[in-house]
Design a protein around this ligand. Structure first.
Ligand code: COA
Length: 268
C-alpha cells in the first residue's frame, strides 16, 4: 500500500515521499527549470533534510514539463555578476549543493526529461544514477556566455566520459542527444518520455528494498574510491565490508536467504 506524504512546501520545488522514495521536481517550467538562487537554496534545504531522514532510501530528481530537466544556471541572475569574488561564490554555492547530492548516503536518480544544459548537466552528473527520455539533450554551453562550467562540470563530466570527449563538448558546446549520452555512459538507460518516471520509480523502489547501510557503503566506496589509489579504495572497501558484517541487516539478509523468505531491512 502506497503511503504518499506531501510535506513542507518549497517555492521552486515539488516534493513528496512515498514508500521510502522521495521525488523532487524542479518547478520553473516557463524558464526551462533554470537554476535560480532560490532553486539552489530550496535544493540545499531539501537535500540536507533527505540525507538525514530514516524513512527515505532513494531520491528521484526531475524537471517539470516535457521540454527540460534543467536548462542551466539562471542567465538573468548570472548576467549581474561583475566581481571575481562574487563570481567565485556563485560557482561555489552551486558546487556545494551538488556535492551534498553526490555525497548523500541515499542514491539520487536523475530522471532527465529534456534539456540538461550547463548547471542541468552538472546537476545530473552529481546524481548517482542517470536515466533519460528519448528527447533529452546534454551539453555545457557556458563558453558561449564567456564563462566555463562552474558547478562541477569540468571535473565530473571529465570523470564520467573521459578527458577526450569532455574537452570536445566543453570547448565546442556541442549537445549530445539521448543515444549519444548513452554511448558515452552519461546515462545508463534511455526510455520514451512517457515511461521515464515509472522507470525511475521502479529503479528507486528496487534500491529501497535493499539494506540501507549496504547501499550507503557501496556509494561511498564507488564515489570516494574513484579519486583514491586502488590500495586506498580496496582498504576502504574492506573496512566497510567488515563494518557491515556487524549490522543487524546483514544477519537479517543472510537469515532471510537461508530461510527462503524476503528480507525485512531496517537500516541498522
Ligand atoms: N536561464 C534563464 N532563463 C532561461 C534559461 C536559463 N538558463 N534557459 C531558458 N530560459 C528561459 C528563456 O529565456 C525563455 O524565457 P522567456 O519565455 O521569458 O523569454 C524560456 O526559458 C524558454 O526558453 P527558449 O529559449 O525560448 O526556448 P527554446 O526552445 O527556444 O530554446 C534552449 C531552448 C534550451 C536551447 C535555450 O533556452 C537555451 O539555450 N537556454 C540556455 C542554455 C544555457 O546556456 N545554459 C547554461 C547557462 S550557464
Amino acid at each position: 500500500m502506497s503511503t504518499l506524504q506531501v510535506e513542507r512546501t518549497y517555492e521552486t520545488l515539488l516534493f513528496n515521499v512515498s514508500d521510502h522514495v522521495a521525488e523532487i521536481t524542479i518547478n520553473r517550467p516557463d524558464k526551462l527549470n533554470a537554476l535560480s538562487a532560490q532553486v539552489l537554496e530550496d535544493l540545499r534545504h531539501l537535500v540536507t533534510d533527505l540525507r538525514e531522514r530514516d524513512d527515505v532510501r532513494a531520491v528521484i530528481i526531475t524537471g517539470a514539463g516535457e521540454k527540460a530537466f534543467v536548462a542551466g544556471a539562471d542567465i538573468s541572475e548570472l548576467s549581474a555578476l561583475n566581481d571575481s569574488s562574487d563570481g567565485r561564490n556563485f560557482a561555489q554555492n552551486g558546487q556545494a549543493v551538488f556535492s551534498l547530492i553526490e555525497s548523500s548516503p541515499k542514491p539520487f536518480i536523475a530522471a532527465i526529461n529534456g534539456f540538461a544544459l550547463g548547471g542541468g548537466c552538472e546537476l545530473a552528473l552529481a546524481c548517482h544514477i542517470r536515466i533519460c527520455s528519448e528527447n533529452a539533450k546534454f551539453g555545457q554551453p557556458e563558453v558561449n556566455l564567456g564563462i566555463i562550467p562552474g558547478y562541477g562540470g569540468t571535473q565530473r563530466l571529465t570523470r564520467v566520459i573521459g578527458r577526450t570527449h569532455a574537452t570536445d563538448l566543453i570547448l565546442t558546446t556541442r549537445m549530445l542527444n539521448a543515444k549519444e549520452a548513452e554511448e558515452h555512459e552519461i546515462v545508463s538507460r534511455v526510455v520514451p518520455l512517457a515511461d521515464l518516471l515509472s522507470t525511475a520509480r521502479t529503479l528507486a523502489a528496487t534500491i529501497a528494498e535493499k539494506a540501507p547501510l549496504a547501499i550507503k557503503a557501496a556509494l561511498e566506496c564507488i564515489f570516494e574510491g574513484a579519486d583514491e589509489s586502488i590500495e586506498e579504495g580496496l582498504n576502504r572497501e574492506a573496512d566497510h565490508f567488515g563494518q557491515l558484517t556487524t549490522s543487524a541487516d546483514f544477519h537479517e539478509g543472510t537469515a532471510a536467504f537461508l530461510e527462503k523468505r524476503k528480507a525485512n531491512f531496517k537500516g541498522i
